[in-house]
Design a binder for this molecule. Structure first.
Ligand SMILES: C[S@@+](CC[C@H](N)C(=O)[O-])C[C@H]1O[C@@H](n2cnc3c(N)ncnc32)[C@H](O)[C@@H]1O
Length: 226
């Protein structure tokens, strides 16, 4: 492995250095097949607004745009955005933005899709991640993605990638999402079922006991609203 000078994954420079060196072992090098299958099954309308935070090479942008979705992929690393431009080609530049997930302005989204973004954040940022997801979504918006779940993750967590347990992941979203809605809608049950659909064999192994799972949770109203 290259000898990197940046060690703090909270800094964009950490990711810039790795993208610049071509050290991106997390890349799926294409749209994860499980995500493509899930997209085919959703029947979501054209115009659905989708945010991809921490997008890296952002392969999913092309798949979402092909379905007529209004997709915005953001990354605070300039080198990551350059990588996405290379991977996607100039036709998709308008879908890419260099921005910090925790500090950018946008109209609300219907979905947040992520892959290996929560895993890029040290655990002290996880609560803020859950709150920010809720803030960025429309009522009944959803979070779906591939999360680095390891039920026996050791303390202290080391990373990236930082593993999360499924209990922790639920709690992160439960804290920010309105539980009253879940009680009346039964949506949670439907979507929790989806959570188990895939462990994608095409995704590179990122740890011995680790899996990348697709999970979908649905908010009612952002926690910031009355
Ligand atoms: C492990 S990579 C995953 C990239 C991509 N999602 C993928 O699956 O290949 C994590 C990405 O999150 C980005 N990132 C980390 N913190 C961020 C933040 N606060 N705002 C925007 N991007 C961030 C990094 O620059 C990096 O590109």
């Amino acid at each position: 492995m290259a000898d990197f000078s940046t060690r703090d994954p909270l800094q964009a420079a950490f990711w810039d250095e790795r993208f610049a060196a071509g050290f991106t072992p997390w890349e799926a090098r294409g749209v994860p097949p499980a995500f493509g299958r899930w997209l085919d099954s959703t029947g979501a309308a054209a115009g659905t607004r989708v945010l991809i935070p921490g997008c890296g090479a952002a392969y999913e942008v092309a798949a979402l745009a092909a379905r007529g979705f209004d997709v915005l992929a953001i990354d605070y690393s300039a080198a990551a955005i350059a990588r996405a431009r290379d991977a996607l080609g100039p036709a998709f530049s308008g879908h890419l933005l260099q921005a910090d997930f925790f500090d950018f302005e946008a109209a609300p989204f219907d979905w947040i899709y992520e892959r290996a973004f929560l895993a890029a954040l040290p655990p002290q940022r996880w609560a803020a991640w859950g709150q920010r997801c809720a803030q960025l979504l429309r009522p009944a918006g959803s979070v779906t993605g591939f999360f680095f779940v390891d039920e026996s993750a050791a303390e202290p967590r080391r990373g990236p990638p930082f593993a999360v347990t499924s209990v922790e992941l639920h709690r992160l979203l439960d804290d920010a999402f309105d539980p009253r809605h879940e009680l009346v809608s039964a949506t949670r049950a439907e979507l929790t079922q989806l959570a188990a659909i895939d462990v994608d064999p095409a995704v590179p192994d990122v740890g011995t006991a680790a899996q990348l799972l697709q999970r979908v949770m649905r908010s009612s109203s952002p926690a910031s609203q009355p």
